[in-house]
Design a protein around this ligand. Structure first.
Ligand SMILES: [Ca+2]
Ligand SMILES: [Ca+2]
Ligand SMILES: [Ca+2]
Ligand SMILES: [Ca+2]
Length: 360
């Protein structure tokens, strides 16, 4: 190695460790809330996924009707109860086969195959039950931009295409209700069309369609994106190799937990997504539910994550206590609360104490 190459190597090492330190630790809080300007219809169409065709309809079920009719149903308690019971029965098969990971609508049967439109915290899916095999295909249509009518007037599968009526929307914040979001249509009467072959394409045959993998930064040509020996479909943390160390344990302990005894290992489509560049956070080994991570820098995020708020929870970087090397501060937040912790490392264990926070 020449001297200059050696120097470069040292500089490279130096910059790496510095970045790692910066990505996980902060001197002081500097979270700035930046409100994103909603996309115009033209911007949504310019940025739409390649595989998606958008057709303007002359006759359609308007956004206002579709979104408010449902609300009115809920106001009548008896009607809501009847509707709920009927849907529970109608979608029993999907609930059972997919372990309650989705809410389901617009069922359709073709031969021995059953389809429905699914939704979970990540977005929209096409669910398919073929004999006893259950598969879910991610649509990659951001719920921040695309509204799919709750009531589809035509069958959703037609001639080898998935066809969904809906509109282009923007999310509007409701005054006085932080965290509560509503939609407003910016262009009504659209038909969203995706070729089934494009939708179900799973190049590496790992169980996740290419659109899902591209949307969340997984490798579409590798069954084992992070190379840790567990294939993407069965990896609880498919983007990163888990490591047990002091700070990964701290992040693991701060993960939100659910009061449920259901078997999350079977829930292959249930993920919590966190925005973090901290390697210690990436190294967690979750056992309750699957995790995905998004880069903090918006320019480095996937097209889907750039515009879709799938982050229901967050855990901050770690703040050191200059006077006590064993004490750290860290903040955890959800949709309606923020909690500040003091974390002390004692006898190989983290002791967390709530030191502040707020409930919205
Ligand atoms: Ca795949
Ligand atoms: Ca893969
Ligand atoms: Ca893996
Ligand atoms: Ca992994």
């Amino acid at each position: 190695m020449t001297y200059s190459a050696f120097l470069m190597f040292i500089l490279f090492l130096g910059s790496c460790s510095k970045t790692q330190e910066e990505n996980c630790f902060i001197e002081k809080d500097n979270t700035i809330y930046k409100e994103e300007k909603p996309f115009t219809a033209q911007q949504i169409l310019t940025n739409k996924p390649e595989y998606l065709e958008v057709i303007s309809l002359k006759n359609f079920r308007p956004f206002k009707q579709d979104s408010t009719e449902n609300e009115n149903n809920f106001q009548d308690e008896k009607l809501a109860e009847i509707k709920w019971r009927r849907e529970k029965e109608e979608y029993k098969n999907f609930r059972e086969k997919f372990y309650n990971q989705f809410s389901c609508s617009n069922k359709q049967r073709i031969g021995n195959t059953e389809y429905c439109l699914g939704k979970n915290n990540l977005g929209f899916w096409l669910l398919k039950i073929d004999n006893h095999k259950a598969d879910a295909y991610f649509l990659g249509l951001s719920f921040s931009h695309y509204y799919l009518n709750k009531i589809q007037t035509k069958p959703i599968i037609n001639n080898g295409f998935l066809e969904l009526e809906g509109s282009l929307v923007k999310i509007i914040q409701v005054g006085g209700l932080p965290g509560y979001e509503d939609y407003s249509a910016i262009e009504d009467g659209k038909l969203f069309k995706i070729k089934l072959d494009d939708l179900i394409k799973d190049s590496d045959n790992d169980g996740y369609n290419d659109i899902f993998e591209n949307s969340f930064g997984l490798n579409t040509d590798n069954k084992d994106t992070d190379g840790d020996g567990t294939d993407d479909f069965n990896d609880m943390n498919p983007l990163f190799t888990s490591e047990k160390n002091k700070f990964s344990e701290l992040y693991l302990q701060l993960l939100p937990t659910y009061a449920t005894d259901s078997d999350f290992k079977k829930k292959h489509y249930y993920f919590e997504v966190f925005k973090s560049d901290c390697a210690y956070f990436h190294e967690i080994n979750p056992n309750e539910y699957r995790v995905l991570f998004s880069q903090e820098n918006q320019n480095k995020q996937t097209d889907y994550l750039k515009v879709t708020d799938v982050f229901r929870f967050g855990i901050s970087k770690i703040k050191k206590n200059k006077n006590n090397p064993k004490q750290f501060f860290i903040t955890e937040w959800g949709s309606s609360s923020v909690t500040d912790y003091s974390a002390e490392y004692k006898n190989d264990k983290w002791v967390l104490t709530m030191v502040g926070g707020s409930v919205i």
